[in-house]
Design a protein around this ligand. Structure first.
Ligand code: UT7
Length: 331
């Protein structure tokens, strides 16, 4: 019997309608379009408006698009993983609600949190369940409503993040396609540089924490930038080296969309030309767990069966890594 690999066999995505442009941000904080564009590459991002809509709303929409594109009966899904840093609630997995809402009544579901590396780590988790032969259809969704934890008076963070969701289906493959190798790392020193202080077990919510604006994301951008540039590029280079991939063998770099300058540093280190670098940061900003599947969704039509994709991400924690995956279908 040939070895079972875990392939991505379908993709779906969703971004909310409201477009928050750099011009709008200029009216909220002391910033300007030129600074944001040259420092980050971001022109606009999407924001989920409306009372009572959380990350599950985004995740459900992305999953439903996947199901309808693929004409898949949700009852066939074995498990649902929602990769997210902004779950609907601290307790009660968002994934369980999402699975029920999309009709995946035979699935079990849970959330996975590793900040901006949530989806990358989720790929490893989803693929392992498939490779082991334990499950046949694993739905991995990356979704974040970052606007729910952003301080729109803090110009250092509010210009970066946006809301969105993407979903992929992992299934067994016997042609050797799908996930080939992974290099995943973490370093707890990072939690001082990118964090949301309050609302967890360390510092539960109180009047004081609200007054001190500790339920918003804090980032020491410069320090995170330094770690991100080095580690994302190193991880991608390591995956190439370990799998004897030259820049010519790599068809696509699928990099986390945090800052165009970090993406450029990674592609330069790999020697991969710009035309092979997936990029949509200009439209969506940093959607945390959703960046990688949103890229797959935007570029799906250009992907060919057998293409070599190198994923790379870096996020809070710190968490980071790279995954080498062979694309499994033509659109
Ligand atoms: O996805 C998870 C991981 N996160 C990341 O990878 C993000 C990594 N960090 C970054 O992308 C960048 O550090 C930022 C985009 C957050 C900031 O860019 P930077 O080039 O590192 O800027 P900086 O923090 O060094 O600030 C440079 C200057 C400062 O002014 P002075 O001290 O030189 O006078 C800031 O006060 O830019 C100022 N500044 C701004 N000016 C206009 C900071 N934010 C803004 C702003 N608009 N929004």
């Amino acid at each position: 019997m040939s070895k079972i690999t875990a392939a991505i066999t379908a993709v779906g995505s969703y971004v909310p309608d409201f477009v928050m442009t750099n011009k709008i941000l200029e009216t909220l904080v002391d910033t300007n379009d030129e600074w944001i564009t040259t420092r980050t590459g971001i022109k606009e991002r999407r924001i989920l408006k409306g009372e009572g809509l959380g990350t599950s709303y985004l995740a459900i929409k992305a999953a439903e698009q996947l199901l309808s594109k693929r004409k898949l009966d949700p009852k066939e899904i074995d498990m649902v993983i929602v990769a997210t840093a902004t779950p609907d609630m601290m307790v009660a997995a968002t994934a369980a609600y999402v699975a029920s809402e999309i009709g995946a009544e035979n699935a079990f579901a849970y959330d996975l949190q590793a900040a901006c590396s949530s989806f990358l780590y989720g790929m490893s988790t989803a693929a392992s369940y498939i490779q082991s032969g334990r499950y046949k259809k694993v739905l991995l969704i990356g979704a974040d409503k970052m606007s729910s934890i952003i301080d729109y008076t803090d110009r250092t963070t509010c210009i970066i993040f946006g809301d969105g969701a993407g979903a992929v289906l992992f299934e067994p493959d016997t042609e050797g396609l799908g996930l080939q190798d992974e290099y995943l790392r973490s370093d707890g020193i990072g939690r001082n540089f990118l964090k949301m202080d309050a609302g967890g077990s360390l510092l539960p919510a109180s009047e004081e924490t609200v007054k001190n604006r500790q339920h918003f994301i804090y980032q020491d951008g410069k320090s995170v930038f330094k770690f991100a540039v080095t580690n994302m590029a190193n991880a991608a280079a390591k995956i190439m080296e370990r799998n004897n991939l030259t820049h010519e063998d790599v068809n696509w770099l699928v990099p986390h969309q945090a800052n165009k300058r970090i993406i450029d540093a990674t592609s330069n280190r790999m020697g991969v030309e710009d035309s092979k670098v997936m990029m949509n940061i200009q439209k969506y900003g940093n959607t945390t767990s959703a960046t990688l599947p949103l890229l797959l969704s935007d570029y799906e039509n250009q992907l060919k069966k057998g293409d070599n994709l190198v994923f790379a991400a870096f996020g809070g924690g710190f968490t980071w890594g790279s995954i080498y995956l062979k694309w499994a279908y033509n659109s």
